[in-house]
Design a protein around this ligand. Structure first.
Ligand code: M6R
Length: 609
């Protein structure tokens, strides 16, 4: 996720662009840049590694005359955070400039083709190819060139483009990444989100997928990919700035829960080729290496640890590799016996968690290869690991991990499949079925998010309770752990996650009508056993809230509340079953008046022991 902003009108662009970027900074802050074009086609561009303060400091004494420009605040996906990779990017001759938010999936192929046609690149980004494609199509009309260029793109994008030959024209386009137009008096704004220009206009036009907008002087023109004009009237925004930053959601956590289908899809996007084969690079893709693997040791903390626990089932069943999953703060001091045929996978959203980093260093000292699975590009862990795999969830502002958790599952599923293929543990047929199901998960996530009323009602009924037990078996056991963690961290209710089969060995003593039990009970290989556990719970008078499959009418008979999720293959159910648990925790916390984005005593990144 990045923030893009563009302006054309009758005021000096520089300050307006900086103001807009400030309001978009939450979308990414590893590098920033701005480009302004003067009346005679002169341009000034400045890009920096780091956040907006650094850009502003550099710009403080610089004159940038011009009434049109574009700006960007970056959350790296392709290419490390650096000045070179910062936007705006340009074509070979610095005639046109582009800012982009999204991921171009066919970037490698297009880049290769452009190289063959003589283009030279100065960054590692997918965005730069867009500038070069527009350059090839430009024959004096920027709008047409952008339209022709984006026809070649696969993936998601919102772009804003300016050209020195048309120093009043701003062209923008989108597919699957947000883009909104601000309508001023003889001035126009384009941005990733409304807050960028809310203090300057409340009149907006939301651009739809595969639409291109061209604004210049008093004119606005929207077309589709075939150049057919589209009529759209501006709407009036009534939200305040705070709501606008959260795209209308009450909290960042809620916004991030709803971003999960997109984050999951983006995380898969750069890991599959167009033909549906896995294309991830690193030492771990070498056949001899993967065949000689003796065991995988996963180290992580908190929610990332739960993602690791889920992936154990995938690595063991699909790739037939033994897996241990370790809490990093324990692992680092345990003097664990490691060998060079082990592989460490360190999972961390931030890439800065002190205990996980220390575990990486332990592993490196023992000469064990390390893969870091990280969301923040360029973070410390990415510099210390032997290979890095990224989730592409975008910045997560809420302290409670939500979209990064499901994105970790996406990345780990791909890696498990990859190992399964290399180790010949998966037939072509089985691989095809799993890969298809994996790519279908975002659509199913959207289905879960489309029906959240029963979750809110359930929260209303049980929000007064002081203790909750979360139960699951098999792949749903780590989901139960995550559900309990979400509830305790944002609502301050005591919650425990337990493997349902262990309940009889202790926790059952806690149960009575005041202790709701949340049971993750999808129609899987352990369904009957789970139902027996639910009946044991019911016999002790505890209310049961089930997270169950849509095609399971019988579960109503043994549970007080049922929250439904669509069916998928067993090992891919967690990204679906966790969503009702995230939302249950969210609604209970809101009813109890808690600050869900910044829960007490917690920090987003734990960089100390
Ligand atoms: O950045 P990391 O993934 O390494 O963070 C690990 C934990 O601190 C984190 O997952 C924490 O448990 C979550 N914020 C809980 O929602």
């Amino acid at each position: 996720m990045c923030g893009i902003f563009g302006y054309t009108g009758n005021r000096e662009a520089k300050e307006i662009l900086l103001h807009g970027l400030r309001r978009l900074e939450y979308r990414g802050y590893d590098s920033a840049g701005i480009c302004v074009i003067g009346e005679n086609g002169d341009f000034k561009r400045l890009r920096v590694r780091g956040n907006l303060d650094i850009l502003e400091n550099h710009l403080a004494n610089q004159v940038m005359p011009g009434k049109i420009g574009i700006a960007h605040t970056r959350w790296a996906t392709h290419g490390a955070p650096s000045e070179q990779n910062a936007h705006p990017h340009s074509d070979c001759h610095e005639n046109l400039f582009v800012v982009h938010n999204g991921i171009i999936e066919n970037f490698s192929q297009l880049r290769g083709e452009l190289l063959e046609r003589g283009h030279e690149f100065s960054s590692e980004t997918d965005t730069e190819i867009i500038a070069h494609l527009i350059e090839e199509k430009y024959e004096g009309d920027l709008s047409v060139a952008v339209r022709e260029a984006i026809r070649q793109l696969e993936g998601s994008f919102a772009i804003a483009v300016v050209h020195r030959g048309e120093p009043e024209t701003l062209v923008a386009a989108r597919r699957e990444s947000p883009l909104v137009i601000g309508v001023g008096t003889d001035e126009w704004f384009v941005a990733s989100a409304v807050p960028a220009f809310l203090s300057m206009t409340r009149k907006v036009i939301f651009l739809e997928d595969n639409e291109i907008v061209t604004v210049c002087g008093k004119s606005l023109r929207i077309t589709d990919l075939d150049g057919v004009e589209i009529e759209r009237k501006p709407q009036e925004i009534t939200w305040d700035l705070d709501a606008a930053e959260k795209s209308g959601y009450e909290d960042f956590m809620l916004k991030e829960i709803f971003e999960q289908p997109r984050a999951f899809m983006d995380t898969l996007a750069d890991k599959f080729s167009r033909e549906g084969e896995i294309s991830i690079e690193g030492f771990f893709s070498n056949k001899d290496y993967v065949m000689s693997l003796r065991r995988i040791v996963i180290v992580a903390c908190g929610t990332s640890y739960h993602a690791g626990l889920i992936s154990r089932y995938l690595f063991e069943q699909w790739a037939k590799v033994p897996v241990e999953v370790e809490i990093a703060s324990e692992f680092r001091y345990r003097g664990a016996v490691l060998s060079e045929q082990d592989l460490i996978i360190a999972i961390s959203q931030s890439g800065e968690t002190a205990d996980t980093l220390a575990s990486v260093r332990e592993a490196k000292a023992a000469k064990v290869p390390v893969i870091a699975l990280v969301n923040v590009v360029g973070s410390q862990m990415t510099r210390e690991a032997d290979s890095v795999i990224y989730t592409h969830a975008g910045p997560e502002i809420g302290v409670a991990a939500t979209k990064t958790f499901t994105s970790q599952m996406a990345a780990l599923a791909v890696l498990a499949l990859h190992f399964g293929r290399i180790r010949d543990a998966l037939s072509d047929g089985k691989y095809g079925v799993i890969a298809e199901a994996l790519r279908g998960i975002p659509v199913l996530m959207k289905d879960v998010l489309a029906d959240i009323e029963p979750i809110a009602e359930c929260a209303q009924e049980y929000s007064h309770c002081e203790n909750f037990l979360f139960l699951g078996r098999g792949i749903s056991y780590p989901v139960a752990l995550e559900g309990a963690l979400k509830l305790k961290e944002i609502s301050y209710i005591h919650a425990e996650g337990y493997p349902a089969g262990e309940m009889k060995h202790g926790p059952i003593a806690l149960l009575d009508r005041r202790v709701p039990v949340v049971a993750v009970v999808t129609r899987d290989s352990l369904y009957e056993k789970m139902v027996s556990n639910i009946e044991e719970v019911k016999a002790r008078g505890a209310p049961v809230i089930a997270i169950a499959s849509t095609g399971d009418p019988d579960i109503e008979k043994v549970c007080d509340r049922v929250l439904r999720v669509p069916e998928t293959i067993e090992l891919l159910s967690p990204p679906l079953t966790v969503i009702p648990l995230q939302l249950l925790a969210y609604h209970i916390a809101k009813i109890r008046g808690c600050n869900v984005d910044q829960p007490r005593n917690l920090a987003k990144t734990v960089t100390v022991e």
